[in-house]
Design a protein around this ligand. Structure first.
Ligand code: GLN
Length: 488
């Protein structure tokens, strides 16, 4: 079995030094992906032949002295909800069986243009709805630290692929926590940028006002490098911010003694969160204080309404976005039906899984004439209140620290029968999506052998501050360097 791949920075140096080649790295990544698929199930599909050819081309470029970027020739993985021309995209749903995309999403295109080699599409909760990667048409993804536990979700396949050393970097999407929560549960670093930072063109829509593409990697520095590549204005996404991509440069090496970390009173109470997880996160904050950061208490008073608000808005948008899967244009179509209505009904009944159906029913309900004011409008009003909570909090601090998830990875099957308990996995993450601000999760310790994540949030367009704090933390600690012992 091939050994785990290093960080992006390490692979880069090895490529530059000529001690490895893109062909070697891609062969190693594909070998590991195949070897672990039986236990982890983190890929929906691999593109082995194309990846090998692209690696060959990357090595040829290197020989000619035409290296395109930091990721040139490096194997990466993408979540199965970002399209790539000529490749299937299923969103881990039966309804997209057989769909092959005619075009490439902007984020993936930018990676490909930079020379990265996409080795495959990662497992996820169907249409990114879930917190455990168990709602997948190909079956659950398993956590590399303990395969009887979940990876979190919905970008569980991306998190597991990075944690298992299959790829140094993977793209994920985050609508309510889907990059940060699996990063936390799998012991990797993951960033959800500011809403509009990365184009959503070619990201299959779940909840359009919340969805954002981001990066999972082993270090904050690698996340920053890849974020620079995939960010920036895109005419094809009207919500993409008309600003150039950020350049973090050596900002990530700066000391953090000018940083004030806000600790929201509402997020450090033991209702719902595991006491040991809170203690681990508090210890991480103390470590940052020793590195020179100041801390102060802040308040985000509407936090207790975050989950309800998120699930009203996300489901409302999902019910509308998923109306396009009607059996006419994409993927699966039920056979032997009579008339259009029966065809729609049977196609959607057969094609969608239970969680997606639940969201469509709930979302349609909250948008219906009699209930719109009571639910959807109210949720939008609370969203505005949450935004002003954060504006006020950021008046007095540079980053906000919280746990990423209330507990370490739970056991497979533990929450599938109780959707509400599954939804509560996102208590700390949904606010950033509702407000549109950036957030990342950084490994900060272990409980019962399972990784714990520290969440760092920044103001809109302010990815640099949480990345800088995370990078400083990773210079001081080695949690992000630990590898799952079972996954050799
Ligand atoms: N777990 C949340 C949900 O189920 C968030 C998912 C996501 O961020 N895509 O909606």
């Amino acid at each position: 079995m091939s050994s785990p791949l290093g960080t992006l920075a390490e692979l880069r140096s090895a490529l530059d030094a000529g001690t490895t080649s893109s062909q070697d790295l891609v062969a190693q990544a594909l070998g590991r992906a195949e070897a672990h698929q039986g236990v982890l199930n983190c890929f929906v599909g691999l593109r082995a032949d194309s990846a090998r050819e692209e690696a060959l081309a990357a090595d040829a470029r290197r020989k000619r002295g035409e290296v395109r970027s930091l990721v040139d020739g490096v194997p990466v993985a993408i979540k199965d909800n970002m399209v790539q021309a000529g490749e299937p995209t299923t969103c881990a749903s039966r309804i997209l069986t057989g769909f092959v995309s005619p075009y490439t999403s902007t984020a993936v295109q930018r990676l490909v243009d930079a020379g990265a080699v996409v080795i495959g599409r990662t497992n996820m909760d169907e249409f990114a709805m879930g917190s455990s990667t168990e709602h997948s048409a190909i079956g659950p993804c398993h956590n590399p630290w303990d395969p009887t536990r979940t990876t979190g979700g919905s970008s569980g396949g991306s998190a597991a692929a990075v944690a298992a050393g299959i790829v140094p970097v993977a793209l994920g999407s985050d609508t309510g926590g889907s990059i940060r929560q699996p990063s936390s549960l799998c012991g990797v670093t993951g960033i959800k940028p500011t809403y509009g930072r990365v184009s959503r063109w070619g990201l299959v829509a779940f909840a359009s006002s919340l969805d954002q593409i981001g990066v999972l990697a082993r270090t904050a520095r690698d996340c920053a490098s890849v974020l620079e590549i995939i960010s920036g204005h895109d005419l094809r996404d009207s919500t993409s911010i008309p600003e150039p991509a950020p350049v973090f440069g050596d900002a990530l090496s700066h000391s953090i003694d000018d940083i004030v970390i806000g600790l929201p009173r509402e997020c450090f109470v033991e209702n719902g969160a595991d006491a040991a997880v809170l203690a681990t996160v508090r210890a991480a904050v103390e470590e940052l204080e020793r590195a020179g950061a100041k801390t102060r208490e802040v308040s985000l008073p509407h936090t207790p309404y975050g989950i309800a608000t998120y699930y009203l808005i996300a489901d409302a948008e999902a019910s509308s976005n998923l109306a396009r899967y009607d059996g006419v244009r994409y993927g699966h179509r039920a056979r032997g039906t009579v008339g259009l209505t029966e065809m729609y009904e049977r196609t959607r009944s057969e094609g969608f899984g239970d969680e997606v159906k639940r969201r469509i029913v709930l979302g349609t309900y909250v948008l219906s004439a009699g209930y719109y004011d009571a639910y959807y409008r109210k949720a939008q009003q609370v969203r505005t209140l949450l935004r002003s909570d954060f504006e006020q909090a950021f008046d007095g601090c540079d980053v906000i620290a919280t746990p990423t998830a209330p507990e370490v990875a739970f056991r497979l099957g533990e929450k599938t029968a109780d959707p509400l308990s599954m939804y509560l996995s996102d208590v700390y993450t949904v606010s950033a999506n509702l407000v549109g601000i950036p957030g990342l999760s950084v490994p900060c310790g272990f409980q019962d052998g399972m990784p714990v994540g520290l969440q760092l949030l920044g103001p809109a367009m302010g990815e640099a501050a949480p990345l800088r704090v995370a990078a400083a933390y990773q210079r001081l600690t080695a949690h992000h360097e630990k590898r799952p012992p079972e996954i050799a």
